[in-house]
Design a protein around this ligand. Structure first.
Ligand SMILES: [Zn+2]
Ligand SMILES: [Zn+2]
Length: 178
């Protein structure tokens, strides 16, 4: 009886105060950034490059769940990629780094910035204004091993050509969020 009374006791104001202090602590650093723990965590390492290899990058992910590859059928992607859709992999900016070279950047009227090689012209990544300090959308074909991150969905299917089949086992959006 005594034990159950203790368990069901309402939290005291002291307990609530200490709890709120815990919630105010700054976010703990990722385990993979801790050199002591790094050897015990199986993080994902990927590499990629432009056509002439002036630009080379590395990508580290805590897991493949942190990468989201999608097709985008919007007219902006068609224009930029020069094909009927854009194919990019969204990853956290934190794990992405240029190992060789500095990309040229172009910001288009809709706020999307694309980074590309000023020698061979190959795109490496793109991002909108809201994503700029959080994510990179990597051009899927620039990966050394793109098959590690197959597509999970399709965006802007309202602009998809009639002759293009659906990708099996992936989600489909008419635009982005509906
Ligand atoms: Zn290049
Ligand atoms: Zn698009």
């Amino acid at each position: 009886m005594l034990l159950s009374r203790v368990v069901h006791q309402k939290p005291t104001s002291i307990f609530r105060a200490s709890q709120s202090r815990i919630f105010r602590l700054p976010t703990a650093p990722s385990f993979t950034r801790n050199p002591l723990l790094q050897t015990f965590i199986m993080s994902i390492h990927m590499k990629g490059r432009c056509v002439c290899e002036n630009l080379q990058y590395s990508l580290e992910l805590d897991s493949l769940d942190d990468a989201r590859t999608t097709l985008c059928h919007c007219n902006s992607c068609k224009r930029a990629f020069g094909t009927n859709y854009g194919l990019t992999t969204k990853v956290p900016l934190q794990g992405f780094k240029y190992e060789t070279g500095t990309p040229k950047k172009f910001k288009q009227h809709n706020g999307v910035t694309r980074e590309f090689c000023d020698n061979c012209g190959a795109y490496i990544c793109e991002y909108g204004e809201e994503a700029a300090d959080k994510f990179r959308y990597i051009m899927w074909g620039s990966f050394d091993e793109p098959e590690k991150v197959p597509p999970k969905g399709e965006f802007f299917c309202k602009n998809k050509p009639k002759w293009m089949p659906d990708i099996p086992g992936t989600f489909r959006k008419q635009e982005i969020k509906e």
